[in-house]
Design a protein around this ligand. Structure first.
Ligand code: SF4
Length: 331
């Protein structure tokens, strides 16, 4: 079985977005990192290097807003074989910044896009003007032909669910690539700023959107945290280039005190539960499916779930991207 092991480094300046499913408390962060936060970044990286990690994922709020991010990424890419960065992409709209970023030597960048037009994207990220910035940023990077792989991601939300197919067509036309990873929003259950009813979509709507994009000529789409039992047998047998992944995993964070608190928060918002139907499902028996994210389960109480038999699993397993992510990190 494939094992997927990486170290995570979180960089948290104040994010210029205010995504409906995240709503960070902006008073907790400054626009740039302070000295202590910078020291922690270095400590995190050295921890992973000392422990033999080859692959690092950098994320946070908006890591590219950190004033020394170019220097930090350039340094990281000399110490590790594979560096990924997840960032909203707003800052890449600045061509001279994008040129410096293109030379950092990192392996890939994940950039979320939430629609084919500003009205969808900006509503999802709570930041008017963000769509124009992210589109410009992606185009800048493509023009620079930097060797950094660009992977677009998106999230199923009320704000964009009717636009998913058009968003795929738009991305193909404007950037030459389809979104690669789609996910349901993880839920910060402890964040009082969030109102689930503002953005949660039903499994019926997600199923409809996935069936529509499955007719496109995409070579590889990865869908995370959408349980396979929301589809019928006929749906599953019809998928070709779609792969599903649905197991809980934790960031592999360094042993810093602050990281221990972050792990508790992540445990909470990625909490999954099994249904009674799961007892009949081969995916539970084999540990391939971790269940359903709690708030999504509450939002879909009356949904007709279709647990998978072993026989059906064997016929559709090419569509399941099961791997042990960060083995050894305790739940
Ligand atoms: S294990 Fe449960 S949640 Fe997962 S696919 Fe099967 S029935 Fe659905």
């Amino acid at each position: 079985m494939k094992e997927d092991k990486f170290g995570s480094i979180l960089i948290n300046p104040r994010c210029s977005n205010n995504c409906v499913f995240c709503k960070p408390d902006k008073s907790l962060h400054n626009d740039d990192l302070g000295l202590e936060e910078e020291k922690k970044l270095l400590k995190d990286a050295l921890y992973f290097r000392k422990n033999g990690f080859k692959r690092i994922d950098v994320s946070g709020s908006e890591p590219l807003k950190y004033s020394k991010i170019i220097e930090f990424l350039s340094w990281l890419s000399k110490s590790f074989d594979d560096i990924s960065l997840l960032d909203p992409g707003n800052r890449l709209a600045d061509k001279s910044f994008a040129s410096r970023f293109a030379k950092t030597g990192i392996s890939r960048v994940f950039i979320p896009i939430y629609g084919s037009e500003a009205k969808y994207h900006d509503a999802a990220v709570g930041n008017p003007g963000a769509f124009n910035q992210v589109v410009k940023g992606i185009k800048n990077l493509l023009e620079l032909d930097s060797g950094i792989e660009i992977r677009l991601t998106s999230v199923f939300l009320k704000q964009n669910i009717e636009n998913f197919y058009d968003m795929f067509v738009f991305c193909r036309k404007e950037f030459g690539i389809y979104p690669w990873r789609l996910t349901m929003p993880y839920l910060h259950n402890d964040n009082k700023n969030i109102r689930f009813q503002d953005f949660l979509v039903s499994f019926s709507d997600i199923r409809r959107a996935v069936l529509k994009i499955s007719r496109l000529d995409a070579e590889d789409i990865r869908i995370e945290y959408v349980p396979l039992c929301i589809f019928s047998e006929e749906d599953l047998l019809g998928f070709n280039s779609i792969r599903f992944f649905n197991v809980f995993y934790l960031y592999n964070l360094s042993d810093d005190e602050i990281n221990k608190r972050i792990k508790d928060i992540v445990k909470d918002y990625r909490n999954q539960e099994y249904l009674w139907q799961c007892e009949k499902c081969f995916l539970k028996k084999d540990g391939i499916c971790g269940g359903i994210l709690r708030e999504h389960l509450l939002n879909n109480k009356d949904y007709h779930f279709n647990p998978l038999s072993e026989d059906l699993y064997n016929r559709v397993k090419k569509n399941i991207a099961f791997s042990k992510v960060n083995p050894g990190v305790s739940k």
